[in-house]
Ligand binder design. Sequence first.
Ligand code: PEP
Ligand code: MN
Length: 283
Amino acid sequence: MGLVTGSRTGCFDGAWGRRVGREHRSNDTVVVGAVEIGAGGVTVIAGLCAVETREQLMATAHAVRDGGADVLRGDAYKPRTSPYSFQGLGKQGLEILAEAREITGLPFVAEVLDPREVDLVASYADILRIGTRNMSNHALLREVGRQPKPVLLKRGRAATVSEWVDAAEYVYREGNEAIVLVERGVRSFDDSVRNLLDLTAVPLVKTLTHLPVMVDPSHASGRSDLVVPLARAAVAVGADGLLIDVHLDPGSALVDGAQALLPSQFEELMREVGSVAKAVGRA
Ligand code: PEP
Ligand code: MN
């Protein structure tokens, strides 16, 4: 295929000419790593927004594993709006996550913020995550494209679907085809909730690309009481998996406590999502 210089029409034309596009590959891509994503089941990633202490991460890892999660989440590097907010434990956080994997058997996903830290995060984490603020950080996208660990690519909070697809193309064309798109809500005129969860994007990007798509109802809504209904809807609309914030004491969380589920609420989510998955013929 020749050099693709941009969109064909100058306006929305999906994934035309892109290697992540359906015309390049008609079969769905199944991302294979520590877990399979996109093989027909619903992959559940759950845990902390940020690793704050070893004890808290260990307890959370056990709780989400017992609740049925496939993958643990917990960030060592946090992209914070204010430079004075907690920025994460850094390498020490990665070491705690690796210890939790050792003890619970759960693989983990962690965010990477900086191209200079890709090798370090990839040497610990099973899956890398690019957050909403970095979806257009092309140096970072290229760097995660040059290493083999699967990449969760969150949609930028002001990104169109075609910009999101092009961000995936930046990773893919470097050689890493293990990409999972994550819809996490976009900013809207309505500030009633943290973001506007764009569930239309889930079946839409599945028609445009061959990549799996997950949904993060925690960051989309910012409210724990909305997470379960949005998770049900995400599975019904075809999401390949969910990212769920869980915390043993959400009131004391340094980051994103208002959207975190208690372990008992996570168990309820797994039951409800299980019923929906069955109803729509999913595993
Ligand atoms: C997160 O998952 O903790 C996170 C920072 O998400 P987002 O990039 O979608 O805001
Ligand atoms: Mn968060």
